[in-house]
Design a protein around this ligand. Structure first.
Ligand code: ZN
Length: 452
């Protein structure tokens, strides 16, 4: 998917662009950005085609660092409404235990479609529910991602600490350690591309300290090191989790993480709400990165991630929409706005600008997924781009186009390019019948929630 034989494309004269020295646009060839065209200049590259971007604001493709795609099937479930994290999970686990391969494929496809239309070009997914019959979840997911053309870092998640052993999830959604490790090794061998420009990568991702044994945390860290893949989990999301850790392990979540061999630069953590100043310094020293999920944290009243304090200490922070049962949307551009508003309200007007929020969702998120070839518009970077038009009611009368995207609430990209290939044109995903997808996905969700 390198488009190596296609002629160079000059994406010309954008209304605005999030890059320095590219006022007249960029040239894309072979899946990468090969040239930035400065004000008053024209491409040095010859024989190019032109896409006129005169009505578009251009961003590096947004990168989503935390999600649970299958949860699009359980949005706004009545039994889970208005509950905090632990009882919320307990209301949903029995429904998730009934997932089928067909429903999972629809849930994953719908989540990625929603992300792509919001300007996302790379996404992670934290899939940790493997009931009987869904052993091939990651295989289903890779196929869906390749169909849509999104760049992905999929995680082989896991849970092995069920109610029987003092954990939170029911027995029906957990697997044993040997099964988890064997399948982790299988999917890495089969799908993980370690090279630059990779479209599919795999990471290992035990769900959380309250659903996984210490032995599995440690063996997962060993396996990730041996296979040279990234590691992901939820941490420091709620006060409940602090209490659980204190009671069971007699320490705080970050101490436990370190004890399991997880405090290093291979790891990105979802949430990171409840870290103190000393813990933030330890994260910075270790090179561990954080996925900030502002909508989910607000919906579950988990608290607010100290993003500015983390960045000041040297911790890299990215943005995640989190699972669709807690957000319940998968719109990454709206998540940028949520991060902007939440962090402003916590840190003050002068501490957070719209450019900070856009940086979190691009370069910051790229650090979370461990990549230097995406997350910015620069020569040599992959040609992953999100182009927005400002022709809706919400933008009318706006001055600074980049600020308008965040402040006026951009929610739908007009065009999205991944690796030099358009996957969204005129606000539509190429090759996908959205109406049909919504019909089939809705029917699958109704069936799942009804328990039939
Ligand atoms: Zn999550």
């Amino acid at each position: 998917m390198t488009n190596g034989n296609q002629p160079p494309l000059w994406i010309k004269d954008p209304l605005a662009i999030l890059a320095d020295g590219a006022a007249r646009g960029i040239v894309v060839q072979g899946g990468r950005i090969v040239e930035l065209v400065a004000a008053g200049g024209s491409p040095a590259t010859l024989d190019f085609k032109i896409f006129d971007a005169g009505r578009h604001v251009m961003l590096p493709g947004l990168i989503n660092t935390h999600h649970h795609f299958y949860q699009t099937l359980t949005r706004a479930v009545p039994a889970a409404l208005d509950r905090e994290l632990f009882p919320w999970l307990q209301a949903l686990y029995p429904i998730w235990a009934r997932l089928t391969p067909e429903a999972l494929d629809l849930g994953m496809t719908l989540a990625m479609a929603e992300l792509a239309l919001s300007g996302c070009t790379t996404t992670t997914d934290h899939h940790y529910v493997f009931p009987v019959g869904l052993e091939d979840s990651i295989d289903i997911e890779v196929k869906a991602a390749l169909r849509l053309g999104l760049r992905v870092l999929l995680t082989r998640g896991s849970m092995n600490l069920s109610q029987r052993d003092g954990g939170l999830p029911p027995d029906s959604v957990v697997q044993d350690e040997d099964t988890i490790l064997a399948d982790s090794e299988r999917v890495v061998a089969r799908y993980h591309d370690p090279g630059p420009g990779a479209m599919v990568q795999i990471a290992l991702a035990p769900c959380s300290p309250f659903s996984v044994t210490t032995a599995l945390m440690r063996s997962t860290a060993d396996l990730a090191q041996r296979l040279n893949v990234r590691m992901h989990t939820h941490l420091a999301e709620t006060e409940d989790e602090n209490r659980f850790c204190q009671e069971v392990h007699n320490c705080r979540p970050l101490d436990y993480l370190e004890d399991c061999g997880w405090l290093n630069d291979r790891v990105w953590l979802a949430h990171g709400v409840h870290f103190d100043a000393g813990e933030i310094k330890r994260l910075a020293r270790a090179g561990t990165t954080i996925s900030h999920c502002p909508c989910s944290n607000q919906a579950l009243a988990s608290g607010t991630c100290p993003v500015c304090a983390m960045e000041a200490a040297g911790v890299r922070v990215g943005i995640g929409v989190d699972g669709s049962a807690s957000n319940d949307a998968s719109n990454l551009m709206q998540e940028v706005r949520a991060a902007f508003l939440l962090q402003r309200s916590r840190n003050g007007v002068t501490e957070v600008s719209h450019l900070d929020a856009l940086r979190w969702a691009t370069k910051g998120s790229a650090a979370c997924v461990g990549r230097t070839d995406i997350g910015e518009i620069a020569v040599g970077a992959m040609a992953d781009l999100a182009l927005f038009k400002l022709d809706e009611l919400r933008f009318s009368g706006s001055g600074d186009p980049l600020a308008a995207l965040v402040l006026c609430g951009a929610h739908r990209a007009d065009r999205v390019m991944v690796g030099g290939r358009w996957i969204v044109e005129n606000g539509q995903i190429l090759g996908l019948d959205l109406g049909d997808l919504i019909r089939r996905h809705s029917a699958a969700a109704r069936k799942l929630q009804a328990g039939s």
